[in-house]
Ligand binder design. Structure first.
Ligand code: HEM
Ligand SMILES: *[C@@H]1O[C@H](CO)[C@@H](O)[C@H](O)[C@H]1NC(C)=O
Ligand SMILES: *[C@@H]1O[C@H](CO)[C@@H](O)[C@H](O)[C@H]1NC(C)=O
Ligand SMILES: *[C@@H]1O[C@H](CO)[C@@H](O)[C@H](O)[C@H]1NC(C)=O
Ligand SMILES: *[C@@H]1O[C@H](CO)[C@@H](O)[C@H](O)[C@H]1NC(C)=O
Length: 413
């Protein structure tokens, strides 16, 4: 009885809050309602397994492609697909939008002080050294040595033999192996030999995969307390994460020791991988260079393989575009590999178009260092997350016109 006396007013109060005090003025049905105390928490929970279509649906009906979501009572997040806003946070006011606490807390176990997980001077230094790795000259050298070898010795033979024998391959898996070999050679001059006809279970690749997967699952925990508690007790996924991280680090550390030794014996190392570059610039702290290598592998691994997987999937669905690309390749395949790809404008446009619809990094976020006002007037408070959203941007009529859903490379020409 006492319970009822307490419960009835409480329930009516909640009912009142939920249905009459709807604090969200936007009446569009796609925009999740925000309630006092809980914000849009339940809408978030309901769409936890399909966040991209859910959030981009909201983006499509939001004026100026910007909306603010209340994760819960205390936390608001800005989602933006508006190009002026994206330019503001990534360029114009770059220094005000850092990686922030959520990233730090969630990813430090795996990424340490690698480029993906830091701001400020350490970031700037890593960025400068890494950008040498991505300038035209280094890129050219890598395409002509690393990527070309991986293509001609591994990818093409595997595909030709499958074609000849009529075997079915998991192409996404093949492309992930391809990307992993390439990025490891670029990051630390090590060949994991993951793309072999036997499709081996390469240990380094698999533990790296585990580390990435479990770390990113932390983001979708109902509350961070859940994974922190598991970590504290060293159970379940957190126990597996701990093992994966220590295996990846031990592996990288051995590579680094070996490389340092060779660097000590030789005056200079003529290899161009990122690790040699850091070591030769005098950065010999093993934990620090391990962090750097791990971030770099993460950066290049899934991105390139996801881009290629969607690209080939779209070509399979659009045979007329495939033959257009084949024509261009046949016409322009005379010069050295790096020069010939520069002239392939239609192929280039098709890759851009593919990444418009299926961007390898579909959503990414920053945290405001100080209060700011975004172009268009949205107010950002210190500590708020500002999320830019390539997946939704590729689906905006205001940017691409009413045929945004079509795969049309021509729009880039
Ligand atoms: C299709 C392929 C790729 C896509 C779509 C892509 C996309 C991105 C995006 C969206 C970011 C985050 C930028 C930010 O929010 O500040 C990023 C960062 C980064 N990417 Fe890529 N990436 C790709 C391939 C690669 C490759 C192959 C490498 C290395 C060889 C690489 C190295 C990096 C590094 C080092 C960062 C960190 C930059 C920083 O924090 O300053 N990426 N990439
Ligand atoms: C609200 O959500 C944010 C982001 O998920 C979280 O960090 C914060 O702890 C939550 N606040 C409360 C009061 O639950
Ligand atoms: C993450 O936290 C560590 C220590 O807790 C700090 O040294 C580092 O600067 C933080 N990084 C960011 C990006 O906030
Ligand atoms: C020094 O480097 C060259 C190639 O740059 C290599 O062939 C040689 O074995 C190295 N010497 C030692 C002692 O490691
Ligand atoms: C950038 O952000 C700061 C807050 O750190 C703000 O005071 C300033 O007005 C912003 N600059 C621009 C160009 O919007």
């Amino acid at each position: 009885m006492l319970l009822l006396i307490i419960l009835i007013p409480l329930l009516s109060l909640l009912f009142f809050f939920f249905f009459f005090l709807n604090s969200n003025s936007n009446s569009n049905s796609k925009v999740p309602k925000s309630y006092p105390l809980v914000g849009s928490f339940f809408a978030f929970l309901a769409n936890r397994k399909r966040p991209l279509p859910w959030l981009s649906g909201i983006m499509q009906v939001s004026p100026s492609a910007i909306f603010v979501l209340r994760r819960n009572y205390s936390t608001r997040q800005v989602f933006s697909g508006n190009p002026a806003v994206v330019e503001h946070i990534l360029k114009t006011n770059f220094s005000n939008y850092g990686k922030g606490h959520v990233f730090n807390r969630t990813l430090t176990d795996f990424l340490g002080h690698g480029i993906f997980n830091i701001d400020g001077d350490t970031w700037k230094f890593q960025r400068q050294v890494s950008s040498h790795e991505l300038n035209t000259k280094s890129l050219r050298k890598f395409i002509e040595t690393v990527v070309d070898t991986e293509l001609s010795d591994r990818l093409i033979p595997i595909l030709s033999s499958a074609a000849k024998q009529g075997t079915v391959l998991d192409f996404q898996d093949i492309l992930q192996r391809f990307a992993f070999d390439n990025i490891c050679k670029i990051a630390f001059g090590f060949d994991p030999a993951y793309l072999l006809p036997s499709l081996p279970q390469a240990k380094f690749a698999l533990t790296f995969e585990d580390g990435v997967r479990i770390s990113s699952e932390r983001f979708s925990a109902v509350h961070p307390v859940v994974w922190k508690f598991k970590k504290l007790l060293n159970i379940g996924s957190e126990k597996r994460l701990k093992n994966a991280i220590s295996e990846v680090r031990e592996f990288a550390l051995n590579m680094i020791k070996e490389k340092k030794q060779r660097l000590g014996e030789n005056e200079s190392l003529d290899s161009l991988d990122l690790l040699s570059r850091f070591l030769s610039s005098g950065h010999l702290d093993e934990n620090f260079v391990t962090d750097i290598v791990i971030s770099f592998i993460l950066a290049g691994r899934d991105t390139t393989s996801a881009a290629l997987t969607w690209f080939f999937w779209l070509l399979w669905k659009n045979p007329e575009i495939e033959s257009e690309i084949l024509n261009e390749i046949n016409e322009k395949s005379e010069s050295p590999v790096f020069d010939e790809v520069k002239d392939m404008v239609y192929t280039h446009a098709s890759l851009c178009e593919s990444m418009r619809l299926y961007p390898p990094v579909p959503i990414d976020s920053k945290e405001a260092v100080n209060d700011d006002v975004l172009p268009g007037g949205t107010v950002v408070k210190k500590g708020m997350r500002v999320i830019y959203f390539p997946y939704a941007m590729g689906r905006l009529e205001m940017l691409w016109g009413s045929d945004w859903a079509e795969f049309k490379p021509e729009r880039w020409l």
